[in-house]
Design a protein around this ligand. Structure first.
Ligand code: AMP
Length: 300
């Protein structure tokens, strides 16, 4: 089934303790859509500036991602983000954010976008996320991501969003901030009470926690020793998760658990190189092989 994602498409500059890469392809919707395309057809809605190279769009369209909703803003510049990882490669500092075209981004969905049965609101302003959500006509599954910036600056809109979506994906620090609770299990249940049917809390190298009225569980990260650049781990996790759900066409508890595992595995590949470079090298067969060793690792 088709999956629509709305979010950022960016030029990222990323510094790790050993390397610095400037102006590489990034953005929440970029990582998400590439990751989801291992499983299902994806429609991308985002905005870029006139500085956007056609080769980046080609990379996505070659994966079967429908980029007809990728708007080029005349005279505009593409969103830019730069960040620096601490030696633990888990925590990062945002150095610079230039919203550029994202500042005035007010997507108008086409009829085909509105009818998509699966929707993911990737990281971006909560106001924009709400506007997109309200343009959709009867999506089966609506899931959103959020971040500390929006929890601090658009708090009421985040609470509104939580009432209108089926699932939310957030980082551990964001869940603690939103719930004013340092205990993640309590925080997960508190977010559930705010409206969504399920809550996914990402804990970086420590895996993910899942909360719904049926169950609470934790899945570990796949232990790859090659952590080169964690940027996009959360977005590629969400892409793998939503891509698998859209492929299966349901979000029953068993499907959701497997989707969480696929998300974990796509993210584990993504961190093995800068930008989308590692995802570009792998196929669905590589994901299936990693799934077999992940399942062996978890059975006892
Ligand atoms: P992740 O590592 O999964 O949190 O995602 C990192 C990606 O999110 C980078 O490629 C950034 O371009 C993008 N990003 C960072 N800050 C924002 C923001 N405020 N709005 C939208 N996208 C962002």
């Amino acid at each position: 089934m088709s999956l629509l994602v709305v979010g950022s498409v960016a030029f990222d500059s990323v510094e790790t303790p050993t390397e610095r890469h400037e102006n590489v392809l990034g953005g929440s919707a970029t990582f998400f859509s590439y990751a989801a395309s291992f499983f299902t057809p994806v429609q991308l809605v985002a905005a870029v500036g006139e500085d956007w190279p056609a080769e980046h769009t080609k990379l996505l369209t070659d994966r079967g991602i429908d980029c007809s909703g990728l708007e080029t803003v005349k005279g505009g510049k593409t969103f830019r983000w730069s960040g620096k990882y601490l030696p633990n490669m888990n925590d990062r500092e945002t150095l610079e954010v230039h919203l550029n075209v994202l500042g005035g981004f007010d997507p108008k969905l086409t009829e085909a976008h509105r009818r998509s049965p699966f929707l993911f609101l990737a990281n971006g302003s909560t106001t924009t996320q709400l506007s997109v959500l309200r343009q959709m006509t009867g999506a089966t599954l609506r899931v959103a991501d959020t971040m500390d910036l929006w929890i601090r600056t658009q708090h009421d809109q985040v609470l509104e969003l939580l009432k209108e979506i089926d699932g939310i994906v957030m980082n551990d620090s964001e869940a603690k901030l939103l719930c004013e609770d340092e205990n993640l299990v309590r925080a997960g249940h508190k977010v559930l009470e705010m409206g969504p049917k399920f809550v996914v809390i990402k804990k970086g190298e420590h895996g993910v926690m899942f909360f719904s009225k049926y169950e609470t569980y934790v899945l570990p990260a796949f232990p790859t020793p090659d952590v080169v650049d964690p940027t996009g781990a959360g977005d590629s996790f969400a892409g793998g998760m939503m891509g698998y759900l859209a492929e299966q066409g349901n979000f029953e508890p068993a499907t959701l658990k497997k989707a969480m595992a696929y998300g974990t595995l796509v993210a584990s590949f993504n961190v093995e190189a800068f930008s989308l470079d590692r995802m570009k090298q792998i196929t669905r067969a590589d994901l299936e092989r990693r799934m077999e060793s992940y399942q062996r690792m978890l059975s006892f």
